[in-house]
Write a protein that binds this ligand. Structure first.
Ligand code: AGP
Length: 607
């Protein structure tokens, strides 16, 4: 993940910016840079590799300005070179960027046609030119940024510095975090409170869609429409910085909202965003030699594997066998010598999963680990790593790890499809173009939180809840039920919607909420008929689907969580957000501990 810092100081601030960037090194990076105003003129120093290389450049050619921006870059578009390092500049401004601008190709063509000359392969340069394009229409810097933001799509945070404006920084949050730091006659912007700790412990966090005009006198925070808004200024004492919850009441809530950013970073690990094709993946066995693939995991990780099964079988035409890890070795699952097993685990320490890994390895299988903790036992034991870049997940209930597992599984499925000739280059590009939209769609889906809270009030009084889904929405039904169970302690069950008539329909009554997960996919109409069966028996329907789905269903639906329109292939990544928010708010309404549910541990290191 990239790191952002902005400082409106009273003396030379380049060195302070680098110190702040050092506190963001935990986010991972491969180049860095600083831009300041020197007598009103923009000056930049940028370097490939670690911050010490940037410090060497600053020692050789110091920057003395009292206003500036800095950045540690984790390359997504374009190689980690000095040219691609931030801050990026255009005539009269510089910008630092964290996240992914999805529509950068279309904007690049539009701006190139207007004569803008691109110096880099990055999407971030677009963020500079779009605002310059608005300035050229006679807008003020604030108006230009506000207008420019409306032209950008994706999940990102930005900070702008303008030539000749020695008392102005403008920041924006759209799917990636940005905090405002309040000093005495100085002001700051940063990716998180950790970056701002050298300057201040008074911090306010921008909310989704906010942008902010910062001067030494203070911050003018606006929402996406431009309306002034207040964001609470809180003390962020140094001790809590590493385990900060930011604006959120629980880590789980924070981690739900981190998903656009971390899913974007996980995708960028596998996808060359500029070329829109997969980066090479070192399979430990030639996928063309495989007759099938096995997948093992526990709990939410198992459900991610179940979605992965659908994707691998669809895109690679390869049969997949999936096991709950605690069953795998005890049923003495036959293991193919030189076959392939994908092991999924957030912690990388789950005893059942680790034991299954050892079992399949002892029986000759090659292994790939989809793991969030690269130093964990499972990560170290597997033959190849397929990491999730969710960052530390503190909440016991898995949220951002789940969607990052899905993102990794989607890339692995497409990679297998290419390696086995089941999909061609054009289909790979089309699938990836759809997949890279998911971070922005997640940011859209997170705006449903107030509606999810309303539905949670209805669920909180229920004794039992049924989740239904078809196709890749079926594992989501299982995950939704698990989330509700483990957070609110309400009994819940996930079921394939097509199984309703084979038993569960006997459960339907006016007391039990039935939550139907229905993206607009090939089986959507079938799911609509299941909803009609529930409604005909007086059942209480909650639909998680696209807005017009409810109208098309033409049945009495108690609540609709209206999802953004999207392609169906990767809907599980986006539809995970409402089921997580539903479970979280139900738990909060019921006074349960959303971060530490009773009887549960974050990593089950015993059988
Ligand atoms: C998820 O919300 C649960 N806390 C639990 O099912 C978890 O997914 C499971 O224990 C597997 O953990 P792992 O991913 O760390 O292996």
């Amino acid at each position: 993940m990239c790191g952002i810092v902005g400082v409106l100081g009273s003396g030379s601030i380049a060195g302070s910016i680098v110190d702040a960037l050092k506190r963001l090194e935990y986010r991972g990076y491969d180049s860095a840079g600083v831009a300041t105003l020197e007598n009103g003129k923009l000056e930049r120093r940028r370097a490939e590799g670690k911050l010490k290389n940037l410090e060497a450049k600053l020692a050789a050619a110091p920057l003395l300005g009292s206003i500036g921006i800095g950045h540690t870059r984790w390359a997504t578009h374009g190689k980690p070179t000095e040219t691609n390092a931030h801050p990026h500049a255009s005539r009269g401004l510089a910008v630092v960027h964290n996240g992914i601008i999805e529509n950068f190709k279309a904007l690049r063509e539009e701006l190139a046609a207007k004569g803008y000359a691109f110096a880099t392969q990055t999407d971030s340069e677009i963020a500079a030119f779009v605002v310059e394009d608005e300035l050229a229409k006679g807008k003020s810097p604030a108006e230009a940024v506000h207008a420019g933001l409306k032209r950008l799509r994706g999940a990102f945070a930005l900070v702008y510095l303008f030539e000749g404006e020695n008392n102005l920084l403008i920041g924006a949050r759209q799917g990636a975090p940005l905090a405002v730091g309040y000093g005495d006659g100085e002001m700051y912007l940063g990716s998180d409170a950790l970056a701002l700790a050298p300057f201040t412990d008074r911090v306010a966090y921008l909310e989704e869609g906010d942008w902010v005009v910062v001067r030494r006198e203070g911050a003018d925070i606006r929402d996406a429409s431009g309306k002034p808004v207040q964001r609470r200024i809180q003390r962020s004492p140094a001790g809590s910085l590493l385990a900060e919850k930011g604006n959120y009441r629980h880590f789980m809530a924070k981690e739900i909202h981190e998903q656009p950013e971390v899913v974007g970073h996980t995708l960028a690990h596998y996808v060359d965003m500029a070329a829109m094709r997969l980066k090479p993946f070192a399979w430990p066995v030639d996928p063309k030699t495989l007759g099938r693939i096995s997948i093992v995991g526990c709990g939410t990780a198992y459900f991610a594997g179940l979605v992965g099964k659908y994707w691998i079988e669809r895109f690679a035409r390869l049969p997949v066998e999936i096991d709950v890890a605690s069953e795998c070795r005890y049923r003495e699952a036959p293991v193919e010598r030189n076959g392939l097993t994908i092991v999924i685990s957030q912690s990388g320490e789950t005893a059942d999963t680790l034991a299954s890994l050892r079992y399949v390895k002892d029986n000759g299988s090659k292994t790939v680990g989809v793991v969030n903790v690269p130093t964990s036992s499972i990560a170290r034991l597997t033959d190849a790593a397929a990491p999730t870049l969710a960052g530390p997940e503190i909440g016991v209930a898995s949220t951002k790890a789940f969607t990052c597992q899905l993102a990794a599984m989607a890339c692995l499925a497409i990679s297998l499809g290419r390696a086995r000739g089941a999909i061609d280059e054009a289909r790979e590009a089309a699938l990836l173009a759809e997949l890279v939209l998911t971070p922005g769609l997640l940011a859209e889906a997170l705006k449903l939180e107030p509606a999810a809270e309303t539905v949670a009030h209805a669920i909180a009084r229920a004794r039992d809840v049924l989740y239904l889904g078809r196709g890749t929405a079926y594992p989501l039904a299982l995950e939704g039920a698990l989330k509700l169970k483990e957070l609110s302690y309400i009994h819940a069950e996930g079921y394939p919607a097509g199984e309703l008539k084979h038993g569960p329909i006997a459960l339907i009554d006016e007391a039990m909420p039935v939550i139907v997960i229905a993206p607009r996919d090939a089986v959507f109409e079938k799911t609509v008929s299941n909803m009609q069966e529930v409604a005909a028996r007086g059942g209480r329907l909650v639909l998680i689907g696209e807005k017009h789905a409810a109208e098309e269903a033409a049945v009495a639906i108690e609540h609709v969580l209206a999802m953004p329109d999207m392609g169906a292939n990767f809907a599980p990544i986006v539809y995970a957000a409402p089921i997580q928010m539903l479970a979280y708010h139900t738990a909060v309404i019921m006074g349960k501990d959303a971060d530490q549910p009773r009887n549960l541990a974050k990593s089950v290191t015993v059988e």
